[in-house]
Design a protein around this ligand. Structure first.
Ligand SMILES: [Zn+2]
Length: 258
């Protein structure tokens, strides 16, 4: 392509076959290119080197790299209504695996039957059905919020804590609905989502038990399981009430969560 001759860069044939180009009618373009290259001054003899262009000092630093990529970041539009949900979730006094479960629920990442089918698991129409009601196809929204059986579970839980209504059928909306209720009841910040997570976690375990082990179950047992889980999780994080039994707790959960 070219080389240094007496401290001056001389272009070679540029890797192009001049004869063929001129025959093909590209002579003018070739001459133009050569003229531009010859006119370019300021070459200095030396080895190539890598230069960091991320800051004015041309010295690489992690922060300048972060800033560089931050400038390229495309914002996801204006903030959405329930953007804060994930912040609330990570703050909850519940085992880490439950927070991860909550995250998967919000993101529709739990292996519900509709998702398994879309990923290639062969499931007959019968096998696609929700194991709790046996009527509808199981998807995340149905399994946790719209199934008639599950709605009864939510109603019982609402009754237990004195809440009117069971909330929307969308996961994020539903979480915020219950979150607002517990905040109004002066439940501690880190306990606001505990009942909600315990209910969904129990529904998930119930569904797995019925699906894989053909477990026998009843709404009544399920509600007691939820209460038991919430009671156990009241001992996660900073404990402000002590020496209370499950029996006392189940009578007045809001007192012990506040
Ligand atoms: Zn169902």
């Amino acid at each position: 392509m070219g080389g240094w001759k007496e401290h001056r860069w001389c272009w070679g044939d540029l890797g192009l076959n001049e004869g063929v180009l001129r025959e093909g009618g590209f002579g003018n373009i070739l001459d133009d290119l050569k003229g531009r290259l010859e006119a370019f001054e300021g070459w200095k003899e030396g080895k190539d080197s890598v230069v960091w262009r991320g800051n004015s000092e041309s010295i690489f630093s992690v922060s300048s790299c972060y800033n560089f990529y931050d400038r390229l970041r495309i914002p996801f539009g204006p903030p959405k209504k329930n953007d804060g949900v994930f912040g609330f979730l990570w703050k909850m006094d519940v085992p880490f695996k439950i927070k991860a479960f909550g995250w998967r629920l919000f993101r529709n990442r739990l292996p519900t039957k509709d998702l398994l089918l879309s990923r290639g698991t062969p499931l007959s129409l019968d096998n696609l059905k929700c194991v709790l009601c046996g009527i509808c196809v199981e998807n995340l929204k149905h399994l946790f919020f719209s199934c008639l059986v599950v709605k009864n579970i939510w109603r019982e839980v609402a009754l237990w804590v004195g809440k009117v209504g069971i909330g929307e059928e969308d996961g994020l909306e539903n979480f915020m609905n219950w979150h607002r209720f517990f905040r109004l009841k002066k439940v501690k910040e880190r306990k606001l989502g505990v009942v909600w997570l315990a209910t969904n976690w129990t529904i998930w375990l119930l569904r797995n038990g019925v699906s894989f082990r053909k477990d026998k179950w009843s709404i009544n047992d399920t509600i007691w399981n939820i209460k038991m889980i919430v009671w156990r999780w009241t001992f996660c994080g900073k404990i402000t009430h002590s020496n209370f039994s499950f029996y006392e707790f189940s009578k007045d959960p809001l007192f012990f969560l506040s």
